[in-house]
Design a protein around this ligand. Structure first.
Ligand code: ATP
Ligand code: MG
Length: 551
């Protein structure tokens, strides 16, 4: 029991204690995305926490769109967010919108006005921020602060009815202009914005601020644990204040550290800029840290959840090594993915003792972890292609692949020996003349082993495919450290995408696994949606090996 306790994260501790004390009977969390962009890996962490806690404690999770900013929001994002959450494998209890609560919020605002807890301020935005003061100096009260409730109500209704232009007036909570917490210096509750909303259309031209919306939305839904990222901790006292002032269901907010990853960034604003400027092909460009991007890259929901599990929940900001995520992707794909042979930089290999025209089909396992499992048929002939890197003319002693007079096994098939190296006028190797040893066919006779095994394809059967090899989007490891005089775009990696060609064994074209496959000895690749029957396009998911080991 003691040991079990020690392994709980701080949110689990809070929940267990709330359940034990009877403060709550069951758990209800929510995931509150603003539909102003696509979800990214940071959101995956939040999703795993919110849905994970609910699942662990037999509770539920609402999906609530935080849609109080009509100018930036769009139904395209609403739909994409649902698709991504579903892809990760999470099921929300209710699909809700903060905008569903606009009527209720408006009513609460009037109620506060009548109680003298809110007032209309005619000051400009500059005057308001000026008047807020600083952490060291108290703020100044607005000259409009002491309007009567009746006057405030009249003007607030006029604001609602569209009598004033954007920015002309705001509604502020009347709290304390000298409060040491800047959030309490008469925070803005409503602003005028003549803009169509993706759900409420032109019904409203005043919109509530985040702080006047979030806690109440939680309260309306009876969210027991409202979990958000650390930057909201300064908002918590105000969150509690509105709930107390309105005397509504006491939801509570808890904060955890944002996820940051090396060589990438997760600000929707910046990701949007990359899309809009055409620096990437879209939100789902496989280099993007968005969920649709990593999906197109071949990352699996299982790998992403494994990663979130490993990084855990902390209260201090963390920059996680992207290699840990890649490690998780490799772990998952290594277990599940089908194997195929693909040669990327081909050199001809001719077997001079192979019977002319003979094709031998080998039954090769789709996954070596299941040698008795499904297989694919791989054609073997006397005219093959191997990767140029698997041959070396002046090979060092430790080079165990093909070299002149050396032997190597062609994966799944025979041992061959290189007898002659043919070069063109420029001195480049164009063909390797070899002989195969028929007695070394696996499963027949005695097993003879050689140090090296290389992959290959039959030239006449090979299918030419297009490869998109991806690398890090940025060259700077910690993208929060972009120097003042530079822009984050100065750190874009010019080599983040290189195109290549592959020569694949024919079975690859028929792969129906729906996940990334392993190109043996090279890496994991996933079929891209740009593929046509004539041209197959594969995106590089992750390389096969890496020296990285998680702690
Ligand atoms: P961005 O700054 O990229 O716009 P955001 O926080 O404004 O992100 P929201 O749509 O408001 O994005 O986020 C929905 C939820 O996901 C919030 O609870 C937020 O705290 C959480 N979240 C966003 N980014 C991260 C991150 N990097 N790590 C963990 N959680 C995150
Ligand atoms: Mg936000």
């Amino acid at each position: 029991m003691e040991d079990e306790k020690k392994n709980l994260n701080f949110l689990e501790e809070i929940i267990e204690s709330d359940l034990a004390s009877g403060k709550v009977d069951s758990i209800l969390t929510r995931f509150p995305p603003e539909p102003n962009g696509y979800l990214h890996l940071g959101h995956a962490k939040s999703l795993c926490i919110n849905f994970g806690l609910a699942k662990k404690y037999g509770g539920k999770t609402n999906l609530r769109y935080d849609d109080t900013n009509p100018t930036k929001e769009d139904t395209e994002y609403v739909d994409a967010i649902k698709e991504d959450i579903t892809w990760l494998g999470f099921k929300w209890e209710k699909e809700l919108y903060a905008s569903d609560y606009f009527d209720q919020l408006y009513e609460w605002a009037e109620q506060m006005i009548l109680k003298g807890q809110a007032y209309v301020d005619d000051q400009s935005q500059e005057e308001i921020s000026e008047g807020r003061g600083t952490v060291e100096t108290p703020g100044k009260e607005s000259p409009y602060r002491n309007r009567t409730p009746e006057e405030n109500l009249r003007i607030f209704r006029e604001m609602r009815d569209g009598k004033y232009p954007d920015g002309a007036k705001v509604l502020r909570a009347k709290i304390d202009m000298a409060s040491p917490n800047m959030m309490f210096r008469d925070p803005i509750m409503y602003r005028i914005k003549h803009a169509s909303h993706h759900r409420t259309g032109d019904k409203w031209c005043i919109y509530p601020m985040y702080d006047f919306t979030h806690g109440q939305s939680d309260s309306i839904e009876h969210i027991t644990h409202s979990i958000c990222t650390l930057e909201f901790d300064v908002h918590r006292p105000l969150y509690d204040w509105y709930i107390k002032t309105l005397d509504i269901y006491p939801s509570h907010q808890y904060e955890f550290a944002r996820l940051n990853l090396t060589y990438t960034l997760m600000s929707k604003r910046k990701l949007l800029e990359l899309v809009q400027k055409g620096i990437v092909s879209g939100w789902d460009d496989p280099r993007m840290p968005t969920l649709c991007g990593v999906r197109r890259r071949g990352y699996t929901p299982e790998a992403i959840k494994m990663f979130c599990e490993k990084i855990g929940v902390s209260k201090r900001d963390q920059l996680m090594d992207i290699q840990l995520l890649e490690w998780c992707v490799r772990q998952d794909l290594n277990e599940r993915s089908n194997r195929y042979m693909v040669v990327q930089d081909p050199v001809k290999l001719t077997l001079t003792n192979w019977p002319e025209g003979k094709v031998e089909w080998f039954d090769c396992p789709l996954n070596p972890a299941e040698p008795e499992g499904a297989t694919r048929k791989v054609p073997f002939t006397g005219k093959l292609l191997i990767d140029r890197a698997d041959f070396m003319e002046d090979a060092p002693h430790k080079f165990f692949r093909l070299k002149p007079d050396g032997e190597v096994r062609l994966k799944y098939t025979y041992i061959i020996k290189c007898n002659e190296v043919v070069k063109n006028a420029a001195g480049e190797v164009v063909e390797l003349k070899c002989t195969y040893d028929p007695s070394t066919r696996p499963g027949s006779g005695e097993w003879r082993s050689v140090k090296g095994t290389i992959h290959w394809v039959s030239e006449e059967h090979a299918k030419k495919i297009t490869l998109r090899n991806y690398d890090r989007l940025f060259t700077l490891s910690d993208m929060s450290q972009v120097p003042e005089d530079k822009d984050y775009k100065d750190f874009l990696n010019p080599d983040s995408l290189t195109l290549g060609t592959g020569y694949a064994e024919p079975a690859l074209a028929d792969d129906a696994s729906g996940i990334a496959v392993q190109f043996e000895r090279t890496g994991y690749y996933v079929k891209d949606s740009d593929s046509t029957p004539e041209e197959l396009v594969f995106n590089k998911t992750v390389s096969l090996k890496d020296s990285y080991k998680p702690e």
